[in-house]
Every structure is written in C-alpha cells, then in structure tokens.
Design a protein around this ligand. Structure first.
Ligand code: SAH
Length: 440
C-alpha cells in the first residue's frame, strides 16, 4: 500500500482553494457538502494557510501552485494540486457516494483514469439506496450495543440484519417497515452466537479465482486457519482484523498434526467464532477436508464446505490443455503421488489404460516410482505429459514433453513450488492441432 486511506471530518473547518475556474469549482462542491468553509484565492500568500485543515490548488498559475504546495507541506498541512502528483501530499480519490456510505478508489496516483473506470464498476453494483441500510445501522447503534455487548455476537447479528429483511426493506425505500423488522430481529436475537466452521477452497492462489461465496466468508470471518498452499493474494481478501492462524504443512514436515488442527477448529467454533478453514484448491480434493468435516460433525459443530478451483482445473485452463477431449480422453482421474510409508499405493493397471487423462497431485518427488509403475502396467513411455508449477497464478510455469522426458527433466526444472503432472493423449494437442482435428 503506497498511501494510507482515511476519511476527514471537515464540518466547520476551513479549506483553502487556490485558483478559480471550472476544475476549482468542481473540487469545491464535495468539500462544501462535507461542511467545509471554503477560503478561495487566486494568488498565494502564507497567511492564507492560517487555521486551515486542508489546501487544494487548481486553475492557478504554475508559480502560485508551487508556492502553495511548498508552504503547506512545510507547515504539515495536507495539500493536493489537481493533476500534479509531485506537488501533492495527499491524493484525491475517485468517490462513490450513497448517502453516508462513501467508497473511495485510488491507484496510488499511477492511473487516475483507471480509478475512474473502477468507480463506474462499483457504482453499478452498489444499490442506490444502500445508504439507507447504513442509516438503519446508525439509528439502532446504541440499542444493538446495549443488547449485544460482546463483539462476536453483535457482529453476527448485524451481518444477519444487513443481509436480511431489514436491509431488503430499506433498499426498497420502505424505511418504517425496515426499522420495525430490525427492532423485531434485535429483540429475538440470540445473545451468544453459535460458532461455525467453513471449509473453504481458496483455489490455486489467484484472488480472482476465488468463488464469490469464499470471498464473502473471508470478509466475515473472525478467525482464518490456513496453510502453506494459500497464497498472500487470497489472504489479502480476508477481513483486516480477522485473527490468522497458520497451520502450514510442508511435505514430511507437518507443522501441526491433523488431529490438532481438527481440535483447534472445534475449540474456536465452541468459543462462538466464525471460522474459515482456508485450503488451497478444493477442500475435498487431497485437502483432508473430509477428515475435518468428520471431526466437526463428531463434535456437533455446524459447518459448511465451499468448493474451490482445484489445481488440476486451474493448471489445465491456463496451459490450454483440455482435460477431456471428444474421441481422445473420455475420463479424468485425480491421483496423488503422495506415499504412505514410502510406497506408491496406486492401481497402475487402471491408470495405464488409454483414453483418459491423469492429473497427478503431489507427484514431483515420487515421479520415478510413478513412471516405473505406469510403464510396468503398459503405458507407452512417450505418453504426452506436462508438468505445471504454481498453476493458475501469474507465476505459472509449464514443462511439456512425455512421460520419460518429464521424469528426467522435472528434478532440474522444479523451483519447489506446488506442481502437478498431467498425463495422456489430450495433453499433446495444441489448440491449432485441435482446430484441425475438429474441422471436419
Ligand atoms: N486441495 C488442493 C490440493 C492439495 S494437495 C487442490 O484441490 O488443488 C497439494 C498438491 O496440489 C501439490 O503437491 C500440487 O501437486 C498440487 N497443487 C496445489 N496447488 C497447485 C498449483 N497452484 N499449481 C500446481 N499444482 C498445485
């Protein structure tokens, strides 16, 4: 983050506006709405800075703008000169307003046009009357605090109110009914919330491959329990003040035992917390989500599983490799190269059969054993293959070849990031070859 966002109280404060013209007028307008008293001048002199909260410059001669910027910064007064980032000590963001709700967008000064485009997108998704929902919150703030003094309970209640009937009525402009619904809901609210655990698939590591449901839950979580595969980009989507617990697992170096993770999830839920157990990819694909769900069920803890984009899908998509292909690959098998006691316990006869694609998870280290097993079961040594590292992220790397070449080259090629092996005839065809094959 290059600049720290904040919202200023300007009610009754004086703001200096240097310059006069169309741009200056446009700048003055929101300042007045925020209650500021505008001191306008065309020529800078130091006394103009006395007692002011903020200084802005636009539509004034260059020398005046420079003088203002320098003097204001020397006195520690925040200053903004329109379209002159080098003269500014603060940025004036693109703003979306809905009554008391203000959304401000900044690109750190790098691309104001992009900020304005983002503003348009946000304008489109924010309901026009969302400010009324905020007003509802303000109206009941004291009552909610009195009834639900503990923060988790209060938060859980407000989340229900702001997504339930009271909010819907406010959005429809039916304020009185909204208030009545809010009051009823508050009276009947549980004072102690039941905790809940969400087993959430975080996808391959790119924030925009999260599902909308995962994104919402991350924004609402009290605690996030995550491991190594979950990237920073995904964690950045979480509520800022959510507690984060790292239970990372490196192969053969489990930093917390599965049993202890299960116990941790149960304990946090029993404390009344909303827990997001965030996993790379999908929780139910080699993610031990099944074991965690069973432990939660045994302890009587409410839980929900949220699917994620599993590594095989993300890798294949970005590498342009179809996992099934009409007439070439009729099936897709997810297997793990992970070993129990150093042995690969796989049904090689079934895996070596033609007409399918294999997606091998956790296969880098066990590649030699995997190849030996597949070859012994009759898979051709030149079966097309691709190894994909950090798939679905901007750092994705792809190594193409066949079963033999990939087995030989992978140890050199890998940089230690998570990698997946795709194997089968469909892996070989480029988009151009597919176009030809299906042209007929
Ligand atoms: N639940 C996860 C898989 C966890 S097992 C999922 O659904 O994706 C861990 C293995 O997944 C890694 O050893 C690697 O083989 C694979 N993997 C996870 N993320 C990956 C990524 N971004 N790119 C390639 N492989 C990945």
């Amino acid at each position: 983050m290059r600049h720290y966002p904040a919202f200023l109280k300007l009610d009754g404060r004086t703001v200096l506006l240097l310059g006069s013209g169309e741009v200056a007028e446009r700048k003055a307008e929101p300042l007045k709405r925020a209650g500021a008293i505008i001191r306008q001048a065309d020529v800078f002199s130091p006394e103009l800075l006395d007692g002011i909260a903020l200084a802005l410059g636009a539509d004034a001669p260059e020398a005046e703008l420079h003088a203002l910027s320098e003097a204001a910064q020397a006195r520690g007064i925040p200053v903004n000169i329109v379209d002159r980032p080098e003269l500014c000590s603060f940025i004036s963001p693109a703003v979306i307003e809905r009554d008391d709700i203000t959304v401000a967008v900044s690109t750190g000064g790098a691309a104001p046009v992009l900020a304005r485009m983002l503003r348009q997108k946000i304008e489109a998704v924010l309901p026009p009357l969302i400010g009324r929902v905020a007003a509802l919150g303000a109206r009941f703030q004291a009552a909610v605090r009195a009834r639900l003094p503990a923060l988790p309970a209060r938060r859980a209640f407000l989340e229900r109110a702001f997504s339930g009937a009271p909010a819907e009525l406010a959005l429809a402009g039916r304020q009185e009914e909204a208030e009545a619904a809010f009051a009823t809901m508050l009276e009947s609210s549980e004072t102690r919330p039941a905790g809940m655990v969400f087993l959430v698939g975080g996808g391959p590591g790119a924030a925009d491959l999260l599902t909308l449901r995962a994104l919402r839950l991350l924004g609402e979580a009290d605690v996030i329990v995550h491991d190594r595969l979950v990237g920073e980009a995904v964690l950045d989507m979480a509520r800022r003040d959510a507690e984060r617990i790292y239970v990372g697992k490196l192969r053969a170096n489990h930093c917390m035992k599965q049993q202890d993770i299960n116990a941790l999830l149960v304990r946090l839920a029993l404390e009344g917390k909303r827990v997001v157990r965030l996993k790379g990819g999908d929780p139910f694909v080699f993610g031990r989500g099944g074991e965690e769900a069973a432990a939660l069920a045994r302890a009587g803890v409410a839980h929900e599983v949220v699917p994620g984009v599993t590594a095989a899908l993300a890798c294949a998509a970005q590498a342009g490799i179809p996992l099934t292909l009409r007439g070439v690959a009729r099936g897709l098998t997810f297997v793990t190269g992970h070993t129990q006691d150093g042995r690969l316990d796989l049904d090689f006869e079934a895996l070596a059969r033609p007409g399918q694609t294999l997606a091998v998870y956790m296969g880098v280290v066990t590649l030699p054993a995997l190849r030996a097993g597949l070859l012994a079961a009759g898979m051709p040594s030149d079966t097309p293959a691709a190894m994909i590292e950090r798939g679905g992220t901007p750092q994705q790397r792809t190594l193409r070849g066949n079963l033999t070449s990939i087995s030989n080259e992978a140890p050199e090629w890998t940089t230690g990031g998570p990698a997946l092996l795709l194997l089968g005839e469909a892996v070989a065809m480029t988009a151009g070859e597919r176009a030809l094959a299906y042209a007929a």
